[in-house]
Design a protein around this ligand. Structure first.
Ligand code: ATP
Length: 599
């Protein structure tokens, strides 16, 4: 297979950028991927999402716009001030390169070096060459690293055409925004290499297990769908977590689960998936797959002491714990463990307990498709619960196995008294549905008994300037729910209450890097905020009632007379553990709305 030029990929980027339709994106991807080699498929999968590795590796190039401006000035052989001037006008360094080069054709005085590479017979860089250069730049560290990065980048720019330079720059700055959602990408692969709906499900399963679009693109392009269906978890690659649905009354359990359930305390902490390798090396991943190993040396140490096998993937919830009183502490207390420095000091200051509740992989065996009963038994055989002693924070989460509703009710009441936020009710014979929110796990919290079931985790898509005390910041934020099928964000409400002064003062800075010139192509709303944001940051809010509105767009296709909107919203907290694609879905909101209408 001939080596694919980066220019071809840049052309694909351009076509993707120009469309907001996920069907059109699927066609573009399905057309491109069969034409390239498996290795190029892997690389292209990462680059399409603006990444250099699977998202969980968090490999960033680490260059700010000022540095990139210097690299452009160097490659184009002009003063950096000139680049900055144009940048201030366009707000996009990718476009600055294009206009600089356009100008050079008209203005010979600029004498741009890179005009050389626009000769028709030049040898364009391959996808692999560009990728390897970007990786090299990303990995440079230590003294003088900024200058080294700038030099390499300038050299790379000088070998590119306009279109290539534009997309390389946006990749480096993290502003690529082609809007290809994970599911859209997998649908593209299914269309390219598969035969139908079932193949899409196989690819989705593989992604849920490996969380690595590049690896999946490579395998499917090399060996086809069958190989993909045999995929097993890989220790060190986070499995996408299984999620739960909510009910409003415990009586509803029987509508979804028949037979025994495991009713468990729902701890209000942070979910952690722990990966223990044969070498003993252990990594901890958050719910959104950030590697948070460095935050919890006490858990790493505890796992080492209590694990009896060779390698494993387990899940549990870490909670701040008052050792003297033997009490669970709220989530906010745990958050002060989220830091880069002085970890050891905080390990002592804020002790934690890690409540294990599931086992997904052990010593070469994949447990995802085993019933919970089996997973739990193996978990308890492979780890020892030394929770009673202060020296080891590893505990098993509390649970009871029953099919008796009155027992579930009293378990719920006891859990609340102990400081839990509610209970999880799990089908005891259910498998682990990685990456999906099904009915094998059900959550029930104390606030569900009130009028509106649960809070919402919504992506911030716009800001409205404040007045009076808030004149220098946003007075309110426009927030949206996600629909993974359409790959779009639908506005649900505008939030202006619940912020502390400290929160308010941080807003401008916090959203600065997500500001857009116009509405993001994956956003649907009838509201016009003062500033549009790329959907990245997620906040948890409460509300009093869901109504139909002419402005908001949640479930608009189902309601017809308008979209769903949340009344009296109140900011509760930032959900740093969730990415925008993990926001509450349109379907979940529609289900809650229907529950209310039925009553
Ligand atoms: P929430 O905002 O209610 O925590 P979520 O969207 O993060 O919800 P859900 O599937 O709705 O995720 O609720 C399950 C979450 O509850 C898990 O992600 C985990 O962090 C937490 N949790 C606490 N105790 C348990 C438990 N025993 N079993 C499973 N999850 C638990």
């Amino acid at each position: 297979m001939p080596r694919t030029k980066f220019l071809q990929l840049a052309e694909v980027f351009e076509r993707l950028e120009k469309t907001a339709s996920s069907l059109a994106m699927i066609d573009i991807l399905a057309d491109f991927f069969p034409k390239i080699s498996p290795e190029e498929a892997k690389i292209s999968a990462y680059l399409l999402r603006g990444e250099l590795a699977p998202a969980y590796e968090n490999l960033e190039i680490g260059l700010a716009d000022k540095m990139v401006a210097r690299a452009i000035a160097k490659s184009e052989n002009i003063k950096v001030e000139k680049v900055k001037l144009l940048y201030n006008k366009t707000g996009d360094l990718g476009l600055v390169v294009v206009s600089l080069r356009e100008m050079s054709r008209r203005d010979k005085n600029l004498k741009l070096k890179s005009s050389v590479v626009r000769r028709p017979n030049i040898d364009f860089l391959t996808v692999k060459e560009v990728f390897e250069k970007l990786i090299e730049i990303a990995r440079i560290g230590g003294e003088g690293s900024q200058d080294k990065k700038i030099n390499l980048l300038a050299d790379l720019f000088s070998k590119t055409s306009n279109l290539e330079a534009k997309y390389i720059i946006r990749t480096i700055l993290g502003t690529l925004r082609l809007g290809v959602g994970e599911m859209t990408f997998l649908q593209g692969l299914a269309k390219a290499f598969g035969a139908g709906k079932k193949d899409k499900e196989i690819l989705e399963y593989a992604f849920n297990v490996l969380s690595d679009l590049g690896e999946i693109a490579c395998i499917v392009s090399e060996s086809g769908i069958k190989k993909i269906s045999e995929i097993k978890p890989k220790v060190g690659a986070p499995i996408r977590v299984m999620l739960s649905n909510r009910i409003q009354e415990l009586e509803e359990i029987k509508d979804h689960i028949s037979g025994l359930v495991s009713v468990e305390e729902k701890y209000d902490g942070e979910r952690i998936q722990a990966h223990i390798k044969k070498t003993g090396e252990t990594s901890l991943f958050s719910r959104r797959q950030d590697n948070i190993t460095h935050q919890y040396p006490d858990i790493i140490d505890g796992l080492k002491k209590s694990f009896a096998g060779k390698e494993a993937i387990v899940e549990g919830e870490v909670v701040a714990y008052n050792e003297a009183k033997g009490k669970l502490l709220p989530f906010q207390v745990l958050m002060s463990r989220r830091r880069k420095h002085n970890i050891e000091e905080y390990v002592k200051k804020i002790p934690v307990r890690y409540f294990l509740f599931d086992l997904l992989y052990l010593d070469g065996k994949n447990y995802l498709k085993q019933p919970l009963k089996e997973r739990r038994a193996v978990l308890e055989r492979s780890f020892s619960d030394k929770g009673g002693k202060k020296i080891n924070p590893i505990n098993f989460g509390r649970y009871a196995i029953t099919d008796d509703l009155s027992e579930i009710k009293s378990y719920f009441n006891d859990s609340i008294k102990r400081g839990a936020e509610g209970v999880m009710i799990k089908d005891y014979s259910g498998i682990y549905q990685a990456g999906s929110r099904g009915w094998l796990w059900i959550k029930f919290k104390k606030e569900y008994q009130k009028e509106l079931a649960d809070n919402f985790d919504l992506a911030v898509i716009g800001g409205l300037y404040g007045a009076g005390r808030r004149a220098k910041t946003y007075g309110s934020l426009l927030v949206a729910a996600y629909n993974p099928i359409t790959n779009k964000y639908y506005s649900f409400t505008k939030v202006g209450t619940g912020f502390t002064d400290e929160n308010l003062s941080r807003l401008m800075k916090m959203f600065e890097k997500y500001k857009l010139k116009e509405k993001h192509k994956s956003v649907e709303t009838g509201m016009k905020p003062d500033v549009w944001f790329e959907p990245k940051i997620v906040m948890e809010i409460s509300g009093a009632e869901i109504t139909v509105s002419p402005i908001h767009t949640v479930a608009k296709d189902k309601i017809k007379t308008g979209g769903l909107a949340l009344r009296f919203p109140k900011f509760l907290r930032w959900r740093e553990d969730k990415s925008a694609e993990n926001a509450t879905t349109v379907e979940e909101i529609y289900n809650i709305y229907k529950m209310g209408v039925k009553k």
